[in-house]
Design a protein around this ligand. Sequence first.
Ligand SMILES: Cc1cc2nc3c(=O)[nH]c(=O)nc-3n(C[C@H](O)[C@H](O)[C@H](O)COP(=O)(O)OP(=O)(O)OC[C@H]3O[C@@H](n4cnc5c(N)ncnc54)[C@H](O)[C@@H]3O)c2cc1C
Length: 404
Amino acid sequence: MAVRVVVIGGSFGGLTVASELRRRLSPERAEITLIARDRRFTFVPSLTWVATGERTLDRISFDLAGPLKSQGISFVPAAVTAIDPARKVVAADGVEHPYDFLVVATGHRSANEAVPGLGPGDGPGHSPMSPAEAEELAGAIRTLLVRPGPVVIGAAPGASCLGPAYELAFELDHLLRRRRLRHLVPLSFVTPEPFLGHMGMGGAGRIRQLLEGAFEERDIAYRTSAAITKISDDAVEMGAGAPLPSVLSIVIPPLAGVPVVAATPGLANAKGFVPVEAHFRQAALDGVYAVGVAVALPPADETEVAVNFPKTGHMTEQMAVMAARDIVARLEGREASSSPLSARCVMDMGDRGIYMAVDPVRPPRNRIPRVSEGRRWRLVKLAFERAYLWSAQRGRRPPTAVGW
Ligand SMILES: Cc1cc2nc3c(=O)[nH]c(=O)nc-3n(C[C@H](O)[C@H](O)[C@H](O)COP(=O)(O)OP(=O)(O)OC[C@H]3O[C@@H](n4cnc5c(N)ncnc54)[C@H](O)[C@@H]3O)c2cc1C
């Protein structure tokens, strides 16, 4: 009888696990079902470009049904409402899906309740953390172009996804200079990180010096070890120092696990993230794995204001491949290998980019981090977006070496 694998989540983690399993297991050996709340795959790294008007959601997303069908993966476009690890079933849209192996790749919930005013939806703050939020932010940026004023960009205490905050600071600066409005918009960057470029991973080579220089060159004021305590319509308040006036506040929230994962007894930690061991197995529950942002990873170091460990797209993909290989190895009665996560990513700056490669992500590292800045990196990021969408939309394995 074919083994039943259920994957929850249709983004980088879920798609990679399902495709990798299908490449290694024929339909006779494994029935693979992917359940996703969102019918469309969205290329999340491009959400900052949706916010600045460089992209539409349509251009960076596609319907999952076609590519999954072409790979022989069953697709259920529905939200999972219950997971029962004792009975080994998940429920979505009133239908129960039994599994032998379950992979949780459900990403995050924005924990906007952590700071009064984080938003949108919950407060006047803005963020690019989901397609809907990025579109809302695009509207707010259009308003800023008509009614310019001070802007605060940054992250709340406990945030882990810091890259998009830096990208938006540089991208907005670039957009405003192109429109000759920059002189009307004081731009401040506020971060819980102890220094620029800490990124929740203890920094990387000369990224700190590079970012400090880039902010100073571009007249972007910055505060580090800053704990944002409140966001109102016209200011951002912090534990220490005077409030910063702001007509537009873009603040990355801390993240938590999605409600159904958080609510499943024995599956997740207090924040709703799934603790895993080296092969991304949830050690306490038989046959259960988690990958991507849904996974619990401890902070890299202790900081004055909390900063959590990053979970990038490139890391998500490595987790997904390791989890899939482990499932195959268990079916074949052998042990799969695992390795520490590394990361490569490109930070967009509007007209150029910064490339960072760290191996492993968590210091101390085997390799001296590679950090490089230039126009070519933005071109690499643009090419990667195009290549990823082109391949994934056709059910093919996207190229993933550089460009995230
Ligand atoms: C604005 C932004 C920019 C970023 N830029 C970069 C970058 O440049 N480079 C980089 O490497 N990383 C970047 N990241 C991080 C990267 O996007 C994440 O690491 C990646 O999206 C994680 O993938 P995932 O599959 O774990 O989760 P997600 O992408 O969050 O996807 C979660 C999936 O789970 C589904 N789901 C959730 N709940 C349920 C439920 N109850 N039932 C069924 N399905 C459910 C959703 O529909 C979705 O399909 C960025 C993140 C953001 C927000």
